[in-house]
Design a protein. Structure first.
Ligand code: TYM
Length: 331
């Protein structure tokens, strides 16, 4: 059976970029596949982070995922650090991965450029990601476009390991990305990808007032200087958001009013604020209910770890046997 795995870094709150690009799809996939979704707290270590807030952020990310519609009964929802096999498999994989391949990763090049002393963990980041996926022998990975290169590396790792240790019958599948039409949501600055670290986001738990405060100054079609200038919706980042948040007839109306200068950008933003607020309202409500039930959330997280671990231990048994380790023999 096809198995789905995906992960998200608990580096801040879940924003509409993650949500549209990945998590919304994760929710839908629950009906069709066996799914595992993970807050990848071990990946956080590759950049400077605050140990005092890591636990709460990890918990909050898992709460956000559940609020967004991931169901801990149907899917396995867990924290990466609760399953020690992730790092164990990663070590095995580091020995079938070329340093040159890792140095070519775009995200490594971007992040390492801004650092004086580059930690080895940052270079190994995609090997841990390969281990995350392959530990569960998952073959489908729903992600945004920025993760596609890391997935290519995961396939290379699977292929190299299979060639070395399972030449007759591949043990690991070659995981494929599942992209959505929202594979790259731009930030409200209209300049860069929406990203936690750039502060150009709308969080899924933000209030109607916060959403409006963020949309009001957001960048639109740069050629539209005044309300009287007709605009080009295709060049406007907020039109893209309308396409994801607003009903079809609103999207058509927005495009017409923009092209004919019937509406100014502020009026268009008002409508967008309303549709974003309406779509996020049930998520915010579920978030509040989950936060009020701390022990229920803790139980769900513990159960997720237990279920993930059972699968992980099983995979590792097959890995260690094929790699030739001495098994523990009870006397
Ligand atoms: P992360 O935490 O940066 O992002 C989580 C998911 O959200 C997608 N995403 C976006 N999609 C569209 N537009 C955007 N602006 C946007 N920003 C983020 C990302 O593509 C991702 O799917 N390395 C991963 C985490 C990871 C992982 C894994 C993913 C670790 N192990 C194994 C899949 C499988 C990351 O940093 O995602």
């Amino acid at each position: 059976m096809d198995r789905v795995f995906s992960g998200i870094q608990p580096t801040g709150e879940l924003h509409i970029g993650n949500w549209l690009g990945a998590v919304k799809n994760w929710v839908e996939l629950q009906d069709r596949y066996e799914c595992l979704y993970c807050a990848v707290d071990l990946h956080v270590l590759t950049v400077k982070y605050d140990p005092a807030t890591l636990a709460e952020r990890t918990r909050e990310m898992l709460v956000s995922l559940m609020a967004a519609g991931l169901d801990p009964e149907r899917s396995i929802i867990f924290a990466q650090s609760h399953v020690p096999e992730h790092t164990r498999l990663m070590w095995f994989f580091t020995n079938v991965t070329g340093i040159g391949e890792l140095e070519r990763m775009t995200q490594f090049k971007d992040k390492s450029q801004r650092m004086e002393r580059v930690p080895a963990g940052l270079l190994m980041y995609p090997v841990l990601q390969a281990a995350d996926i392959l530990l569960y022998r998952a073959n489908k990975v729903p992600v945004g476009e920025d993760q596609v290169q890391h997935l290519e590396l995961s396939r290379d790792v699977a292929r190299a390991w299979n060639a070395e240790f399972a030449p007759d019958e591949p043990y690991f599948p070659e995981p494929q990305p599942l992209l959505t039409p929202a594979k790259r949501i731009m930030g409200l600055d209209g300049e860069a990808k929406m990203s936690k670290s750039l502060g150009n986001t709308i969080g899924i738990f933000e209030t109607p007032e916060q959403i409006w405060d963020k949309l009001k100054p957001a960048k639109t079609d740069p050629a539209r200087k005044t309300k009287k200038d007709p605009g080009t919706p295709e060049l406007c980042n907020l039109y893209t958001l309308h396409q994801h948040f607003s009903p079809a007839e609103t999207v058509t109306a927005v495009a017409d009013k923009c092209r004919s200068a019937g509406w100014g950008c502020l009026e268009c933003k008002r409508v967008l604020a309303d549709t974003v607020t309406a779509q996020l309202a049930p998520i915010r409500e579920r978030g509040e209910a989950l936060r009020a039930d701390r022990s229920g959330v803790d139980r769900a997280i513990a159960r997720g770890a237990e279920r993930a671990r059972a699968l992980a231990v099983d995979t590792m048994r097959g890995v260690e046997r094929r790699m030739g380790f001495l098994p523990v023999i009870q006397g």
